[in-house]
Design a protein around this ligand. Structure first.
Ligand SMILES: *Cc1c(COP(=O)(O)O)cnc(C)c1O
Length: 393
């Protein structure tokens, strides 16, 4: 079998009428003709499947070492489909520090639907075990790295624990991609992606992917995909495929840039804390021990008391002030106001997401421009602070 980066470029071919096209064609057809009533075509109706989507679905299954992949119209549609394999009354243990949109889907939709959601600190394996002992717990749901504090979840340990209690492990692998970790190899049962982020990589498409470890889970995911109908359209499938071809190149640069920026922030007098597991030797050793080959391109940091974090992010010019991550351009955002505002403040503070926290999603620009941009924004924030103190006295 060819190596990972070659798989990114070539995928697994889908029959394309023998044209020799180097890229898989985009099939803009919602329906496919039968030869006769007894001879159904390979694909009959594009919600159930089509060659453009199948190319992407085979490729993500290959990259994640899974049995079968599924493409959805968004990351949240993939998550919805994965959680809908359960039944009202089932309980799932959910990492306490998860993506805001997933948090809302669980607490505003699946709550009402009858799924019992137990938030748990997934860094604390005994707390996870306690939740698994509650009756009806069918799954543990985590993200590889927590957002925005970048804590590293131990997928192998969580999978072992879930299986011991007859539950499955679902992993949202958006932040690291199969380039840095393949959770199914560590025992996870379903892997999810917001392909909107690193996989597509250019902030030009909303997409989700799911990969099942085995046939029975694949069967349930296919049912959810086909019956809920949140499928990814052929043009979008192709946008994700094309983005994925350069995933390794982009991620290498993003990680190198993130590494440099983390070192800069660690030494900065206006910064009180940096959250990036790849910034120290100890952090990297921790990553490796948990099966990750890198920390990815997202990091967060807290500014000193008295420095207004919104002044810092409002004055960045190379970094764009925007939610999302994983694309070629660098983005900055304020979690308490932009990505995590859905979580009540008291709960948010308990999770360690302070009002001073800034999240950076590092792109592939020249890192000198990113450092210069941060430096001048810090200077503006420091000047405002001094001016504020002068006015007050
Ligand atoms: C963005 C994101 C999602 C949601 O994906 P969409 O494509 O926006 O629907 C889910 N999980 C994580 C970790 C994300 O970053």
């Amino acid at each position: 079998m060819v190596q990972f980066t070659t798989q990114l470029v070539h995928g697994v071919g889908v029959q394309d009428n023998g044209t020799g096209a180097v890229n898989p064609p985009i099939y803009n057809s919602s329906t496919y003709a039968f030869r006769s009533v007894d001879e159904a075509p390979r694909w009959d109706y594009a919600r159930s499947g089509n060659p453009t989507r199948e190319f992407l679905e085979r490729q993500i299954a290959q990259l994640e070492h899974g049995f079968q992949g599924f493409a959805f119209s968004s990351g949240l549609a993939a998550i919805h489909a994965a959680l809908s394999i359960f039944s009202p009354g089932d309980r799932i243990a959910v990492g306490a520090n998860i993506y805001g949109g997933t948090y809302s889907q669980l607490h505003e939709y699946f709550d009402r639907w009858g799924l019992i959601v137990n938030p748990v600190d997934t860094q604390d394996l005994s707390a996870v075990a306690r939740t698994l002992q509650l009756s009806g717990t069918k799954a543990v749901y985590v993200e590889t790295l927590t957002n925005p504090l970048l804590q590293v979840n131990d997928i192998a340990a969580l999978a072992g624990l879930a299986h011991r209690y007859g539950a499955i492990l679902i992993v949202d692998n958006t932040f690291v991609t199969p380039y840095l970790q393949q959770p199914l190899d560590l025992g996870a049962d379903i892997v999810l992606h917001s392909a909107t982020k690193y996989l597509a990589g250019h902030s030009d498409v909303i997409a989700g992917l799911a990969v099942a470890r085995n046939e029975s889970l694949a069967h349930r995911l296919f049912f959810a995909q086909n019956r809920l109908g949140g499928v990814l359209a052929p043009n979008e499938c192709d946008a994700v495929r094309r983005g994925m071809q350069t995933l390794a190149l982009r991620m290498d640069r993003q990680q190198a840039n993130a590494q440099t920026i983390a070192q800069y922030l660690l030494a900065h007098p206006l910064v009180s804390a940096v959250h990036y597991p790849g910034s120290t030797g100890q952090g990297l050793a921790n990553l490796k021990s948990k099966g990750l080959s890198g920390a990815g391109g997202v990091l967060s940091f807290e500014v000193e008391q008295g420095i207004d974090p919104s002044v810092v992010v409002d004055n960045l010019h190379v970094f764009r002030l925007a939610v999302s991550l994983g694309a070629v351009e660098s983005l900055a955002e304020l979690p308490c106001r932009m990505t995590h505002f859905e979580i009540p403040r008291e709960e948010r503070l308990k999770l360690g997401i302070s009002d001073e926290l800034i999240r950076l999603a590092i792109g592939i620009e020249d890192v000198r421009d990113l450092l210069g941009d941060l430096e001048q924004a810090f200077a503006v924030a420091a000047q405002r602070q001094t001016a504020g103190v002068a006015r007050a006295s």
